[in-house]
Write a protein that binds this ligand. Structure first.
Ligand SMILES: [Zn+2]
Length: 415
């Protein structure tokens, strides 16, 4: 894409903010940093074993505790300080720097989209690893552990503090509850930068997609399909609403999308339904576009209700509730913010082709709170994300680990 290529070029030549004493390219040439980079490269098989082990511990939404316990154990083993699990279930471990600032959060998420009972045994076939969650986000968890391991192996003394976090509630209805607790309660105003290792391969997310999700429920008296004929129907009203949503017009840029993902209602074939609901997902990269889409939905629901009630002359009317079940902010950070430029410079130093992209990740929340944030892929290649066929191609994955290590050092600096 022309626009993105131009961005990558700009990022590569842009001067780094004055706060960074050494550019990623200069850092990568230091003997002590070289040692750490060589170490993660040489021990990538250990990182992959870690990825497999973590992945074989199920972590369905809202049930991340067993996997969290494993991360806590590893944080302690790797010598991180002040290791703890917060109220929401996030695992936190710190590596103190010599200065008060910066304080970087280096995160990956514990939860998967898969329900309890999903088989999570990892199958190996040559360079391929296959299991639900193997990429998203077991790769991220393995990479943050590898960074902690390399820092301690190379005995690097950083200027800033690194707070390692394995967080809960990134996926779906988790609605970022982990990072929300982390950044509004547990760490409050301490973090100055936030990196999450999520999304695949060498992705570099510089646009956070916002989403609004609702459960829309129509309620009514309901009754016998023959004897009570003439009553408004919750299912008919829902049908009218879906018909309107299906005709929504949205712009291609900024990418804006909508879908009715689930519906349910009624009790039997010979009843006028007393209840019917739909779950709707609205997304956009644009704040205004998402707000418009949101207003469109509410208008569509209201007119569907009015039409169904008006169609019948019954005294008994339907009502509707529109309950939010998820809200993720649209990223408002500059697409060339300093943290994005630093990531581009890291990729340039390591000869990586950055894949600038948009996504919806944990980084959306810090951005909304005014904390510079980015989501980066931890190398390798992911296939079939969020499907039971999810796979991870390990070819060249060590470069991803090096990428995150160098990015971490570029943010916190060395003594
Ligand atoms: Zn993810």
């Amino acid at each position: 894409m022309k626009g993105l290529a131009a961005l990558a070029f700009l990022g590569a030549i842009a001067l780094l903010p004055a706060a960074f004493a050494q550019t990623p390219a200069q850092l990568a040439k230091r003997p002590d940093v070289r040692r750490a980079l060589d170490y993660v490269n040489a021990s990538e098989s250990e990182t992959l074993s870690e990825q497999i082990r973590v992945c074989e511990i199920p972590a369905p939404p809202f049930k991340e505790a067993v996997r969290a316990e494993e991360l806590r154990r590893r944080f302690l083993e790797l010598g991180l300080g002040h290791v703890r699990i917060d109220r929401e279930g996030n695992v936190i471990g710190e590596r103190a720097g010599s200065s008060a600032a910066p304080t970087l959060v280096l995160a990956a998420h514990l939860d998967t989209v898969f329900p309890e009972g999903t088989a999570v045994k990892v199958e190996r076939d040559g360079v391929m690893l296959k299991a639900p969650g193997i990429g998203d986000d077991c790769r991220g968890l393995a990479v943050i552990l590898a960074v902690a391991r390399a820092l301690s192996h190379a005995e690097l003394k950083t200027a800033g503090t690194i707070v390692f976090v394995a967080d809960v509630g990134e996926e779906g209805l988790g609605n970022l509850r982990g990072v929300r607790e982390l950044l509004t309660e547990e760490l409050k105003t301490r973090p100055t930068e936030f990196i999450t290792i999520d999304s695949s391969g060498f992705d570099l997310v510089n646009r956070e997609v916002g989403s609004n999700r609702y459960r829309v429920t129509f309620h009514g008296p309901g009754g016998h399909s023959y004897w009570a004929f003439g009553l408004p129907s919750a299912i008919h009203a829902l049908g009218r609403a879906i018909d309107k949503v299906a005709d929504f017009k949205v712009p291609a840029r900024p990418k804006t999308t909508f879908t009715v993902g689930r519906i349910e209602g009624g009790t039997s074939v010979n009843s006028i339904a007393h209840t019917a609901w739909m779950e709707v997902d609205l997304r956009s990269e644009g704040v205004t576009e998402l707000a418009h889409l949101d207003a469109d939905l509410k208008r569509a629901v209201q007119s569907a209700l009015d039409e169904e009630n008006a169609f019948w002359s019954s005294e008994q009317k339907l009502t509707v509730t529109v309950a939010p079940i998820g809200e993720r902010p649209v990223g408002t950070q500059d697409v060339l913010a300093p943290i994005i430029r630093t990531a581009l410079a890291v990729d340039q130093a390591l000869d990586i082709r950055s894949n600038l992209t948009s996504s919806s990740t944990d980084a959306g929340l810090p951005v909304r709170l005014g904390i510079p944030a980015i989501a980066m892929g931890g190398g390798g290649r992911w296939l079939g994300m969020h499907s039971l066929e999810e796979s991870f191609d390990t070819t060249g994955s060590a470069l991803g680990t090096e990428r995150i290590l160098l990015m971490t050092l570029a943010i916190v600096g060395l003594e």
